[in-house]
Design a protein around this ligand. Structure first.
Ligand code: BES
Ligand code: ZN
Ligand code: ZN
Length: 475
């Protein structure tokens, strides 16, 4: 990724292309007839004089403008300008200095593009954002600079996770993911431990091993620790599913869109991103991130329907469908978090079920928790960051769905309520520890991106969680 220089200033220097934010109902800029542009959110008009461009972007009605309105508008504007070849842009935030962080975030997220592999780019004029100026009134400079710096850290890390996320299964397997995590954690105040297949066997991680045994690329468990809080404070544990490719295994998936299962690792990358960002922001708390990673393949050694697996804490799973693999590797990781770290809360991210997409579509992630205060905290963080979540139930009433005659639980229930049944399956391993499960199957990647984003991995969960952690998780 090309490097981007960001300045927060009172007036532009050089000759950047200018973005102005237009409130519905105000006087249109000179040269724009009111019937052609009313300032609806993310509508744009491009004005040119000589070699200078001004892009006017709508932010809608004044009383409805929130951080995410500005974030999206900034992103939409940057993408428009990059399309016509801009490389230096100034965002005029004269009236929106309080949203400087959101604007910078929007700009950085919008400028992300997966480089791809040897595709023909010769016909594209697309620019690369090299310099971004953020213009605010003098009185707002200090606050806007702090916001911009923090937004830059989080959005840059989110883009890095999108970049790793977009790697296909042949270029990213569990061992490579573990190496990347080690590399990225270096020079930051994070420690990393990697369990390979021998360590996993020694320590009883029967779930991760079972799911990974069909692949010639063996599984890993990646554990990162960050200590920014008091020694005595229990950590927040973050757990993320990183299936580097999900074929379904012996219960193999249909062919259509199976390629999208290269993104079945995005829960794990959310956790990696949160850990990296928390360390760089020096958040005053303790965190542990656990990322179980495997490739789910059919093959002579693959696990099978009917198999019985013993997980890290001795609980057993009757496998009835090898495509419900995420919950099996997560069971091990959640148990390990509980037993080893005595966390105050376990927050878990996974592209777990197609069912959550039926319930919520691609607009919101499903949030499953019995903890009312945590639920409120994440709803608020979602609103602030634009990474929207919606509560779904995880109660005892769903446990019956996975009760097994011969093991602690079976790994599938019926089709009805399957996102909730899956959530209650996971909660079995958290036991009494407060637990939050995010099913990000609908939000972790997009094949129909909105105007302010590139398609592919979204990095969902990173900005949401950093926001919630900074606001202070009620645990
Ligand atoms: N990774 C999939 C879930 C998924 C499906 C995410 C589609 C995004 C889009 C997961 O491992 C899976 O296959 N789940 C099954 C569970 C079923 C077998 C109980 C599902 O949702 O169909
Ligand atoms: Zn699956
Ligand atoms: Zn999966």
């Amino acid at each position: 990724m090309a490097s981007l220089k960001i300045d927060v200033r009172t007036a532009a220097i050089g000759s950047p292309d200018l973005v102005t934010f237009f409130v519905k109902g105000s006087t249109p800029p000179t040269g724009v007839p009111p019937e052609e542009f009313d300032g609806a959110p993310n509508s744009t008009v491009l004005l040119r004089d000589r070699n200078h461009r001004t892009l006017v972007v709508g932010v809608g009605e004044k009383n409805k403008i929130e951080a995410d309105t500005v974030r999206r508008a900034a992103g939409t504007a940057i993408r428009q300008l990059l399309k016509v070849g801009s490389s230096e842009v100034a965002l005029n935030l004269a009236d929106f200095a309080g949203h400087a962080g959101a604007a910078v975030e929007g700009a950085i997220l919008a400028s992300y593009k997966f480089e791809g592999f040897g595709k023909d780019t010769s016909k594209k004029t697309r620019g690369v954002l090299g310099r971004l100026q953020v213009l605010v009134p003098e009185a707002d400079l200090a606050q806007a600079r702090t916001q911009a710096r923090e937004a830059e850290i989080v959005a840059t890390i989110a883009n890095k996770m999108r970049d790793i996320g977009n790697l296909p299964g042949n270029l990213l397997n569990p061992a490579i993911l573990a190496e990347k995590a080690e590399e990225l954690a270096q020079n930051r105040s994070l420690t990393v431990k990697i369990w390979n297949e021998h360590h996993l066997k020694r320590d009883g991680f029967g779930g991760i091993l079972a799911v990974g045994q069909g692949s010639s690329h063996p599984p890993r468990l990646i554990v990162l620790e960050y200590r920014g809080g008091a020694k005595k404070d229990a950590p927040v544990a973050l757990v993320g599913k990183a299936i580097t490719f999900d074929t379904g295994g012996i219960s193999i998936k249909p062919g259509a869109q199976m390629d999208e299962m290269k993104w079945d690792k995005m829960g794990g990358l959310a956790v990696l991103g949160i850990m990296l960002a928390a360390a760089e922001l020096k958040l005053p708390l303790n965190l542990v991130g656990l990322i179980p990673s495997a490739e789910n393949m059919p093959g002579p050694d693959a696990y099978r329907p009917g198999d019985i697996i013993t997980t890290r804490d001795g609980k057993t799973i009757e496998v009835l469908n090898t495509d419900a693999e995420g919950r099996i590797i997560l069971a091990d990781a959640i148990a390990h978090a509980r037993l080893t770290y005595k966390p105050s809360v376990i927050v878990e991210y996974s592209t777990l079920t197609g069912a959550v997409i039926m319930a919520l579509g691609f607009q919101r992630a499903g949030m499953f928790t019995a903890e009312e205060k945590l639920r409120e905290a994440f709803i608020a963080a979602g609103k602030a960051t634009g990474e929207l979540v919606w509560p779904l139930p995880i109660g005892e009433e769903y446990k019956e769905g996975v009760s097994s005659e011969i093991a602690t639980v079976k790994n599938i229930g019926g089709r009805e309520g399957s996102a909730c049944i899956s959530a209650s399956f996971l909660k079995t391993w958290a036991e009494e520890v407060p637990f939050v499960h995010f099913d990000i199957a609908g939000t972790a990647w997009t094949t129909k991106p909105p105007a302010h984003l590139e398609g592919g991995a979204t990095g969902f969960g990173i900005r949401l969680t950093i926001q919630a952690l900074r606001a202070g998780l009620p645990v």
